[in-house]
Design a protein around this ligand. Structure first.
Ligand code: 5AD
Ligand code: SF4
Length: 485
């Protein structure tokens, strides 16, 4: 019986990995580019530099860390200023129009850098450049862009770069119908104690407003062994806060026929010894299970933080969005989280101005916010994305109406956040210290396990450590207090 089951399992597990030959081929290109760059160093006494600019989500940040990891192996030094770079990589986002405009305007600025330094190689990658109309745009209007590739093809950077440095025409490689998973790429992590670990890529949900399934392809999961190996290595190296990433982590394993799901993966990771917290994002409410919530509640390391995008409080709009749950189902999950973990931080994404959203629909969203009492929301005005069903729907909402609803939504959420944060006054919370605050270097900042920003009286030695902070003031966007030593 067991044998038959095991065979069946072997037959149904899909191997999503980029082949070992392909990865080895890229490693050879890494060596070849490195040789060219070493020769340049010997001749000029200067190392070539690489700059990466990242727009968009955490998955893009994780991808950029791999792009930079490969660049470093290829003999580049990392730089924070595009002006002195020989390799500029722009990792774009397509989720809203604003993100695309920003990417194009930044690439526009690099024209002058290229004019001064003809050896500069400009790479544009990420979600924006999978779309045919953008590929056309970049071919025609940005002739100084050398290389373009989509997000599932980042592992091909070494090959494309080598070819372009050696006289190839401009390279356009936007899409990969296979959408394979590349393991073993070098990585240059931005932060010394916070890290990302992707568990799956892509999305099968096709929410009617969203471009992601078209640009990041179908869901594919990394093998448990690969995730656990990367995760354990991070814990061993002293990382304190590790976020598991996926467009919809709750679908983990479904695409590949694994006999374990995301909750199983989480409980497996939780067993790894060490002083760290695990976050994960994002969860789709349609398949957030009680099993997952139970695993969180009984875990040692999983942060009591649930990011559960609701998008709208109106059942009519949720249906038009193709979200596959209604408000009742959503609030049921929310209540179960709070029942099991009363101190859990809850955050959500909300879109206002979806096509056809009436005043009543919007009122439903406000009522939903009052009922759910999120600690924080990420709110967006609906932005039509080319070739998505919602962009073709009648009754697009005028800009002014979206803007007005957006303001009302924020005002309500600010009240809720303020009153929830006030409840923290007098409590002691555990905070991972990031360092001096960007806006006011006189105070230190960090985050609670639930992701709340906290200001306090730290010093350099506290950076990257967990501290107990007694909260004195709870405000709309942050808490502040003093360290309890
Ligand atoms: N317009 C506005 N917001 C969007 N999001 C996704 N697509 C769009 C769009 N076309 C939001 C959703 C999602 C978050 C990452 O971005 O709220 O959860
Ligand atoms: Fe986009 Fe929906 Fe997939 Fe999230 S679940 S990436 S909103 S299609």
């Amino acid at each position: 019986m067991n044998g038959r089951k095991a065979n069946f399992y072997l037959m149904t597990v899909k191997d999503r990995a980029v082949s070992a030959e392909e990865i080895n081929k890229q490693k050879e290109f890494i060596e070849r580019v490195r040789k060219v760059n070493d020769e340049h160093f010997l001749a000029s006494g200067k190392r070539r530099r690489a700059f990466v600019l990242t727009l968009g989500c955490q998955q893009n940040e994780a991808d950029s860390e791999r792009l930079m990891g490969m660049a470093i192996e290829m003999g580049y030094e990392k730089t924070e200023t595009p002006e002195d770079a020989s390799l500029i990589m722009v990792n774009t986002c397509a989720i809203r129009e604003h993100a695309e405009k920003r990417a194009l305007s930044l690439v526009g600025q690099y024209k002058h850098i290229k004019a001064k330094n003809p050896d500069l190689v400009i790479v544009i990658c990420g979600c924006m450049v999978v779309q045919e109309h953008r590929v056309r745009d970049i071919k025609m209007r940005y002739p100084y862009v050398d290389i373009l590739f989509g997000p599932s093809l980042i592992y091909k950077l070494p090959e494309h770069l080598f070819k372009r440095m050696n006289g190839s025409n401009r390279i356009f490689d936007p899409d990969d119908k296979e959408y394979a998973v590349a393991e073993g790429l070098p990585v240059c992590r931005e932060n010394k104690f916070r890290a990302w670990v992707s568990v799956m890529y892509g999305c099968n949900n096709f929410c009617s407003y969203c471009i992601v399934p078209y640009v990041r392809g179908r869901e594919r999961s990394r093998k448990k062994e690969d995730v656990i190996a990367e995760f354990s290595e991070l814990v061993r190296a002293g990382y304190k806060d590790i976020t598991l990433l996926g467009q919809n982590v709750n679908s983990y394993g479904k695409d590949s026929g694994f006999d374990y799901d995301f909750a199983d993966l989480l409980s497996e990771l939780d067993k790894i010894e060490g002083d760290y917290v695990i976050h994960f994002m994002t969860s789709h409410p349609k398949d957030a299970t009680r099993k997952l919530i139970d695993v969180m509640a009984s875990s040692k390391h999983v942060a009591r933080h649930f990011h559960l995008p609701m998008q709208s409080g109106s059942d009519r709009v949720l249906k038009a969005m193709n979200r596959k749950y209604d408000f009742e189902k959503y609030i049921g999950i929310r209540d179960y989280i709070k029942e099991k973990m009363p101190d859990a931080t809850l955050t959500s994404d909300i879109i206002v101005g979806f096509p056809g959203e009436t005043d009543e629909d919007f009122e439903d969203t406000l009522a939903a916010l009052r009922r759910a009492r999120f600690d924080m929301i990420f709110s967006f005005q609906y932005s039509p994305r080319e070739n998505t069903p919602a962009a073709a729907m009648d009754c697009q909402i005028p800009k002014e109406v979206k803007a007005e609803r957006f303001e009302r939504l924020l005002a309500l959420q600010n009240d809720i956040s303020y009153s929830l944060n006030k409840e923290f006054e007098g409590r002691v919370v555990r905070v991972l210290c990031d360092g001096p605050s960007k806006n006011n270097p006189d105070v230190f900042s960090g985050r609670t396990d639930g992701g709340k920003i906290v200001f306090f009286d730290g010093d350099e030695r506290d950076i990257g450590k967990f501290l107990n902070i007694k909260i004195e003031t709870g405000d709309t966007f942050a808490l502040s207090g003093k360290i309890e030593r």
